[in-house]
Design a binder for this molecule. Structure first.
Ligand code: CAA
Ligand code: NAD
Length: 306
């Protein structure tokens, strides 16, 4: 386990080996960016198909960068992609995959119990000096960590990335009351080392960005439910009238409607300080889309068809 007797030196060492758990849109993006910045990366998923999709997504994204970087040199483009992908290993064996990690970033489905069970296993299998991080959108880090022993809880932080990970420059670093200052410092250093800008914040529901973004997205869905305007007109309005790069429905589809539903349902039922808040009341429209498998861009259909 993680003990306070460990030397300051080993705790402050820079992160080199990163294990990302969950090979979906976020996990594959985090793996890509870490590998592009010279880290050794292992990407883990329970589903080997998800790992294949994740790899394909990374290659596609890197090819786009390669084309910009080496515009008329196809050999250099391939070398660029191959070199980065050469640092990414995929695995379905959680135990082995975290065994040598300096940092573990969890990016599985937004369900408390799944994350709690995962961290119970990860905290046993990862080296005692590893930082344990969750990319959760909405769950308190302290709640995910509540079943772990104190020494484990001290090395747990939130590292909240934004979608699409390669393009979005922010990472929220969530500092729980129990987290060691050095763990938070190392996490901040990692964020800078992968070319992102950290914003450190307390462990409150939605941290900074989602606490402001989710009310906006849900209010857009309520406008639609009241038939004020079509998704297309609402999106156009916010892009051209407020300067947002995507409208709220494009953004909902991009994030994933299942993820949005888990976030707002969780807060409405149980979220510290948000329980019963009408901003996060269930939406019949959202429920219906999720029930019919229209989860957004990742399934090819959401508010829009792709
Ligand atoms: N790897 C690395 N960098 C890449 C890249 C890749 N694969 N692809 C593009 N880039 C770089 C580009 O070179 C460019 O960099 P510079 O500005 O330095 O030139 C930058 O990323 C932007 O690239 P694009 O050309 O793709 O930008 P765009 O203008 O087409 O915008 C967008 C695309 C960034 C997605 C934009 O539409 C946007 O910001 N949308 C809103 C996204 C958003 O709000 N996300 C947050 C969702 S909420 C969330 O994630 C939290 C949660 O918990 C739910
Ligand atoms: P996703 O559905 O694209 O991917 C989730 C992946 O996790 C799937 O491939 C699934 O097979 C895998 N998985 C599920 N249980 C697992 C387990 N026990 N062990 C290993 N793998 C498992 O989801 P996503 O959009 O990548 O979101 C992942 C996490 O990131 C969620 O917590 C979400 O709230 C958060 N997040 C999402 C966004 C977004 O915009 N989508 C942004 C920031 C944070």
């Amino acid at each position: 386990g993680f003990s306070s007797g460990q030397s300051l030196h080993s705790q402050q060492e820079a992160v080199r080996r990163v294990t990302v758990i969950g090979g979906g849109q976020m996990g594959s993006g985090i793996a890509q960016v870490a590998a592009a910045h010279k880290h050794e990366v292992t990407l883990v998923d329970v589903n080997s198909e998800a790992l294949k999709r994740g790899q394909a997504y990374m290659v596609k994204s890197l090819k786009r960068v390669a084309k910009k970087k080496h515009s008329d040199d196809e050999a250099a483009q391939s070398r660029f992609v191959d070199e980065i992908m050469g640092r990414v290993t995929v695995s379905t064996q959680l135990q082995d995959a975290v065994g040598r990690a300096d940092l573990v970033v969890e990016a599985v489905v937004e369900k408390l119990q799944v994350k709690q069970e995962l961290f119970a296993r990860v905290s046993e299998a990862a080296p005692g000096t590893a930082i344990l991080a969750s990319n959760t959108s909405s769950l308190p880090i302290g709640k995910i960590a509540e079943g772990l022993e104190e020494g484990q809880r001290r090395r747990m932080v939130g590292l909240h990335f934004f979608n699409p990970v390669p393009q979005m420059k922010l990472v929220e670093v969530v500092r729980t009351e129990e987290a060691d200052a050095q763990v938070v410092e190392r996490a901040v250093a990692f964020v800078r080392a992968i070319g992102k800008e950290p914003a450190v914040c307390k462990d409150t529901p939605g941290f900074i960005v989602n606490r402001l973004l989710l009310p906006y997205m849900m209010e857009a869905v309520r406008l639609l439910e009241r038939d004020v305007a079509s998704p297309r007109d609402i999106d156009t309005a916010m892009k051209l009238g407020a300067g947002y790069p995507m409208g709220p429905f494009e953004l909902c589809d991009y994030v994933g409607l299942d993820t949005i539903k888990y976030i707002v349902d969780g807060w409405h039922k149980d979220g510290a300080g948000l329980k019963g808040n009408p901003l996060f009341a269930p939406s019949a429209k959202l429920d219906e889309l999720v029930k019919s498998g229209r989860l957004g861009v990742k399934t090819g259909k959401g508010f829009y068809d792709y």
